[in-house]
Structures are given as C-alpha cells and as structure tokens.
Design a protein around this ligand. Structure first.
Ligand SMILES: [Zn+2]
Length: 246
C-alpha cells in the first residue's frame, strides 16, 4: 500500500526583495503561519525524511497524518522567519543547503530569480539542527546534475555531504536534486553517498518503497490558497495531476 505523507516544498518565507524576478518563491509570513496553523488544527504532525524512509522500507511503523516540510536552497529566512512559526506547533523542517554557498548572498545561475539572497551560514545551520530541524544536501554548487559526467555527479553529491557533516558535526540523511533534475544515475550517487532518501519535484503526496530516491512533493508558491493546498494534501491530489497530464 502506498504511504500517504505530503512533503511540502518551500523556498522562502517572507516578501520578495525589490526587483525580484521570481516572487512566486516567496510565501508571506502571515500566509505560511496560516498554513502551519491549518496543519496543526487538522491534527497533522511533522516527521523528517529519515523517518519517512524508515516507514517506507518497513523498519518503522506508519501513523496517520504525518507530513514533511522542506525548504530548498538554504536561504537565511529559513531560520529568521520560518523556524519560529514552525516551532509554535512543535513542527520541524528539513533545509536543503549547498555547502559551496553557505553564508553567502546568491542567485543561482539558472534560476528565474536574479536578485541575490543571503543563505544560512554554518553557525545558523547548527542552530537550526540544535532546535530540532534537519539539514539536507543539495549539491555543492547547485548544478543541474543531468549536465554532468557521472564522476562530477558523484563529486557534487559526495563532497557536499562531507562538507555539511563536517561543519555540523553530525550526519545528514536526505538529499534534494537541484532544479528537480532527477535521474537514475543521480539517485544511485545519492544512495552510494549514504543518503536514506531524496526528494524530487514530481508532484504527489503518496509514496512507494521504490520512490525513496525520487520522492514526490507539493510545491507551495506564493499564490497557493488554503483550499487548493487542502486539496493537494488529500488523496484526490493524484487525480488532479493525472487529469492535467503531469
Ligand atoms: Zn535549489
């Protein structure tokens, strides 16, 4: 049986910076707070991807109404804006960071957003971890893995994991493909690196054991309303995207 466990994908909590070329990535604080309130009121609680992997592979028991909150790119507003809102409800999230960009202001080369934004410094990542959140890998330099040779793919994934673990002083167990660029080769590299699970940009909220390295997520953009989020949390979400053909 498939495991129903929505994995929400966010990038930023807050307002877009002046001149933003991709404001969709910025979910206003009030809206994010409302979404987390809705989850808490609905009886949902968070889990990490390591735990989800344990359930999917039969090592842990499943329980109802568990969801995962993920933030791509490790922007600094994850600590300043998102974490306090999550913690009001006892929720914890996973922040996917690029070790090569830690503590810098960045705009990814191939992203639609061209305004550089500050990312979490190592100290801030350690603080998030100390507060119960998880850090995950997102490659060293936010590359599109499909463009790289198998050796470079392994290098981007393995050296990133090592750098994060050294700086955190702890192991990490989950990975996120930049640009959602999943491939069987990249999945094999993530598995060999020692990750227990990896998330993609495929849509959906149900998972099977063979999806461990290309887990489906629900993208939360600025414009997503409560009714539509609710629909995506439910078991009908696969019907919505089946009808749209994606
Ligand atoms: Zn990314």
């Amino acid at each position: 049986m498939k495991l129903h466990a929505p994995i929400l994908m966010y990038h930023h909590v807050g307002d877009p910076p002046p001149g933003s070329t991709n404001p969709a990535l910025y979910v206003p604080e009030k809206k994010f707070a409302g979404q987390m309130e809705m989850m808490a009121a609905g009886g949902w609680s968070t889990m990490g991807l390591g735990e989800l992997a344990g359930i999917l592979s039969g090592r842990a028991h499943r329980s109802r109404r568990r969801f995962v909150v993920t933030f791509d790119d490790g922007f600094a507003d994850g600590l300043s804006a998102a974490a306090p809102i999550l913690e009001r409800h006892g929720f914890a999230a996973t922040f996917f960071v690029c070790s090569g960009a830690a503590g810098r202001k960045i705009a990814w080369e191939r992203s639609k957003e061209t305004v550089p934004c500050p990312t979490l410094a190592w100290k801030q990542m350690r603080e998030l971890a100390a507060r119960g959140h998880s850090i995950g890998g997102h490659t060293r330099s936010h590359v599109r893995l499909g463009d790289l040779s198998p050796d470079r793919v392994r290098e981007e994934i393995v050296s990133d994991k090592r750098a994060i673990e050294e700086n955190l002083g702890a192991g990490i167990d989950s990975f996120c493909y930049p640009y959602g660029d999943y491939s069987p080769e990249a999945a094999a590299a993530a598995r060999e690196a020692g990750y227990l699970a990896a998330v993609s940009n495929r849509r959906g909220n149900r998972h099977e054991p063979q999806d461990l390295y290309c887990l489906r997520r629900i993208t939360v953009f600025r414009s997503l309303g409560a009714a539509r989020l609710n629909l995506r949390l439910g078991l009908l979400y696969h019907v919505e995207h089946a009808l749209r053909g994606d």
